[in-house]
Structures are given as C-alpha cells and as structure tokens.
Design a protein around this ligand. Structure first.
Ligand code: SF4
Length: 531
C-alpha cells in the first residue's frame, strides 16, 4: 500500500500532522515517519532535496492577494530564517526555502497571525484558487471576480469533506480580456461571460473543465454552459464532489487527475452527471462568447485603473525570486504612495502594486529601481517562468533558477524584442513551470559531454493560449544547458530577420516549419537563413 492509499484507508485528517511537526521540533526529523512526511504536504511543507533537516514551505494567497503587512512578515521570515529570499509560484503563492524543522511551527504561526494559511498549499486537495491579479481595478474587465475566487477558497480551506481528493485539483476564476490566469490549463476554470435576456444583461461564467499539464498535457474544454453568479458555489461544490467520489481515479496515481476523468468520460457524460447532481439543467453559454487572442498576459508596466486617478504597477520579478529587501520596499511603497493595503502576486511569478495615486507613480518607480526592480523589461525578462529545479526539488533533473537567469540576461543583450514571447523553463517533465504553453519551452534532461553527465534541455516551440490554444512540440532534444542561451539567440535572430510584419512568434514557427527552426537551433556558425 503506498502513501496515498494509506491516507485513504484510514481516512485521516491530514491537517493533524501539525502535531507531529510540533513533536519533531523537540525530537528531531527522525520522529516523522514516512506517512507524516507525506501528510506534511497538506500543511504546505515539502522536505528539501539535499538537506534532510529542512522544508520548503508554500503559502496560499487566494487570487494572489497579499497585503503590505503580510509581505513584511514573509520578508522578515525570509531574512532571518530562510537565507533572504522567497520564490513566487505559478499559482500566485510564495515558497520559502530553508525552513528548519525546529522553526517550522513558529513560522506557520507567524504566517497565520497575519492571515496567511498554508492549509492545502500542497497535497491531494484543492490548491490555491488563482484569479486575475487586477480583478476589481482593470478597466477592461467584465466584472470583479476576486470575490468569487475568495469565496471558493474560503469554502474549501481546511474543509475536511474535501481534504482527501484523488489527487491535486486546481481552479481559476477570471473575467479580464486577456485571460491572464491561463484557464486553458486548469482542472476547472470560471471565465467571465455575459448574456442578454430581453432588455436585461446578466453576468456569469463560461465553464471550462479538464485542463492540466504534467507529463501528459490536456487543454481544458468549454462545457458550453453559462453559470449564473448565484449558482457558482453550488456548481463548483458538485464538480468537486464528482471528482472526490470517483474511486476509479484513486487506483493508479499516474492516472489520478481530473483531466483524465474529463477525457475518459467526455463532456456529454460529465455534464449529464453534473446536472443530475445539481437537480437541474444548466443554461448554455451565449454563442457570441469569444476567446481572446494570444498576447502579453502579464499586466507589467503602469496602467490606469477603472478608479479615476489610480494606477497599478506590474513589476517583473526575474525567475520569481524576490529578496527580503525588495519585499520590504514593495510593502513600504504601498503604504507611502498607494492605499497601503493591496499588492497582488501573478501566475507569471511577478508582483503588482495597486491603487497608486497618479501623483505618486514616478516616485514609486524610483523607489523600485533602488532595489533593482524595473518595469522597463525585455519581453523575455517579463515573461520568463521557471520552476524550483535541483536546488530544492527532489524530482528535479536540472538546475533551473540560475540557468534561467543566465539565459534571460544573455538574450536581452543579444536579441532586441518588442513582441510578446513567453519562455518557460522546467527542471523535469512534471511541468511545474508549465513549459507546454510557452512560445519557447525548455524541459530538463541530462546528456553526456566529454564523458561527463551534464544538465540538458529539450527545446520546444509553438505553444499558444487563447483562441488558437495549442501545446508546443519538441524540436531538438538534450541540448547541453550551457549551450541553450546561444541556441535560443540563433532561433530568435532568425525570427527577427524572417518574420513578416506583425507576425507573431508562433505564427512564424508554423510558417517556416520545423526543419528550418531546427537548422537555426543547431547551426554552428551564426548566419542569416532565409525562410
Ligand atoms: Fe520539481 Fe520537476 Fe516540478 Fe520543476 S517541474 S519543480 S523539477 S517536479
């Protein structure tokens, strides 16, 4: 019986593992048995790859909400106990590293005191509910969906009825025009929609189900139903119950994903079962519902809010790694120049400062630049997404953060670009950095160079989101990591030379074809190729 089966067999309260972590503080890590360590994930604690006495700790920040007070506490913990930095994740959370087992309970208590929970940040449970980070202030949004994201999060937080799902489970909520939160890859995505009944306009959600990445990626599919705002919680609860109550997805861990349920059942059967549980038929989404084109989805830069005189500022955080000094400065700037309440984490591992007074925008930007943060970023710097890699992750094949930083710093010097270009770098096929949706994805592997095993990456191109959503595909495999920056430079210079006016990177890739892309990636001497 494996760990997962053990939990299911005894129907344990996974959150009780906190007692074991408390005991470990005095008795040592050895006092945590295999099951305890497995259940620690439900508290947001993973053991480190190399250092047996340390955890990685993940917080939960619904919709990416973070207050200056919370940011100060994260910064302080990072500075005093975790070597001075935190990582922002693709689910709008923080990850703290180097959490010593003796400090873990104290850190959880400090976080809890400022309203940060870690319950369900990991484990077979609903993970952080992600949402558009500019919900409520975006001038183009259909409506503010952060209220729904918070409601869903509150309902499931610490809820034992839903603490033991077949496997992890992910929900997004958004109604912005760009669909920045990537509903295409969520188990369940609520996407803002509008319909007209007679003279009345009604707001609600278009429902998508069955997205997910990992080693076998699926794009979510539109169930073609319109969920009214007042029925949202009921619909989400029933969908989650269907997932929880499907024992066939508890048999094999590699098949225990909601995406497989949708794939195996098909949309028709799933809708029928959902409607039976609801005891009513769902309405259909209006036919004029449109999916957005693929563009920047990151909210970087200075943007006027729907509230007159107020601005939000989106700041790229390279590879999502932010220092204590930077976090403290952001908290301070929010108090000094904004409303002192509202910051948001993004799923592209960046940070936003909301409600900045117009007269304070320049002063805020100056304050950011003093700690090395700038909105004037190359498209690759603003878009790059990386996972944890061998630095801390036990499943990793390659180091990611330092290598990604080096690749970005090289490319921004070598290849001037204006257009959106998403680069995602992931340390193994598990795809935490979501490499399959990238315009250029790097997936970690190993290769031999001069008889030595070294880090390498498969290079994939052509991922798209929105109306033409598609996963990328591999062009070359096992490129030594030290060569990746140069290879990508060749590819991107080829794009710059050969693209037609207004042509996007994915469109160019499709037009020139794989053989020419491979030639660009593998040429030994740089020379202009014609398409
Ligand atoms: Fe670890 Fe792999 Fe996930 Fe990266 S993708 S964090 S290496 S499991």
């Amino acid at each position: 019986m494996n760990n997962a089966e053990t939990i299911k067999a005894r129907n344990a309260n996974p959150f009780e593992v906190l007692q074991a972590v408390k005991r470990a503080a005095s008795q040592g890590m050895e006092s945590l048995n295999e099951d305890d360590l497995f259940l620690c994930k439900w508290l947001g604690l993973y053991t480190h790859r190399h250092e047996k006495d340390y955890f990685m700790l993940r917080t939960k920040q619904p919709n990416g909400f973070v207050s200056p007070e919370q940011l100060d506490v994260i910064a302080d913990i990072a500075e005093k106990q975790n070597r001075g930095f935190a990582d922002i994740t693709t689910r709008q959370d923080f990850q703290l590293h180097w959490v010593h087992y003796k400090d873990a309970v104290g850190i959880l208590e400090r976080l809890s005191a400022v309203g940060i929970s870690t319950l369900g940040a990991c484990g077979d449970i609903l993970r952080n509910v992600v949402g558009c980070p500019v919900a409520g202030v975006d001038r183009e949004e259909l409506f503010d969906t952060s209220i729904t994201a918070q409601k869903i999060s509150d309902f499931f937080l610490g809820n034992l009825e839903f603490a033991n799902l077949p496997r992890k489970y992910k929900i997004s909520v958004s109604a912005c025009q760009t669909q920045c939160i990537h509903p295409e890859i969520q188990c369940v995505a609520l996407v803002g929609a509008r319909r007209r009944i007679g003279d009345t306009e009604e707001l609600g959600f278009d429902l998508r189900v069955g997205g997910g990445l990992s080693t076998q990626p699926f794009l979510s599919q539109r169930l073609q139903v319109f969920v009214r705002l007042e029925e949202t919680m009921e619909v989400i609860r029933h969908i989650t119950e269907i997932w929880r109550d499907s024992p066939e997805y508890r048999q094999k861990r590699h098949h225990a994903r909601f995406k497989y349920l949708i794939h195996d059942w098909g949309l028709e059967r799933f809708r029928k079962v959902l409607e039976e549980r609801l005891g009513k038929a769902l309405d259909s989404t209006p036919e004029d519902f449109k999916e957005p084109p693929d563009t920047f989805r990151d909210h970087v830069g200075v943007h006027a809010q729907k509230q007159p005189g107020l601005y939000y500022i989106g700041i790229p955080v390279l590879v999502g790694r932010i220092t204590s000094a930077q976090m403290k400065r952001m908290a301070d700037l929010s108090r000094r120049y904004a409303d002192g309440k509202t910051l948001r984490l993004t799923n592209r591992q960046n940070l936003l400062l909301l409600n900045v007074l117009e007269a304070n925008v320049e002063k805020t930007l100056a304050g950011l630049s003093q700690v090395g943060l700038s909105i004037n970023a190359h498209p690759i710097r603003r878009s790059v997404v990386t996972c944890t890699g061998t630095e801390f992750c036990k499943l990793a094949i390659t180091e990611t953060k330092a290598r990604s930083r080096q690749i970005v710093e090289y490319l921004e010097k070598q290849v001037p670009l204006e257009e959106p270009l998403r680069l995602h770098i992931t340390g193994c096929p598990n795809a935490c950095a979501q490499y399959q949706i990238a315009h250029i994805g790097l997936m970690g592997s190993k290769t031999k160079v001069d008889g030595q095993i070294v880090d390498a990456y498969d290079i994939l191109v052509g991922g798209q989101l929105g109306s033409a959503a598609a996963f990328n595909h591999p062009l070359v495999r096992k490129v030594p990591a030290s060569e990746c920056a140069k290879r990508l430079k060749q590819l991107l210079l080829g794009f710059k030379r050969q693209r037609k006016e207004g042509e996007s990177f994915p469109a160019w890739c499709t037009r020139v074809g794989d053989a020419k892309l491979v030639a660009l990636l593998t040429q030994e001497e740089e020379h202009p190729l014609t398409a």
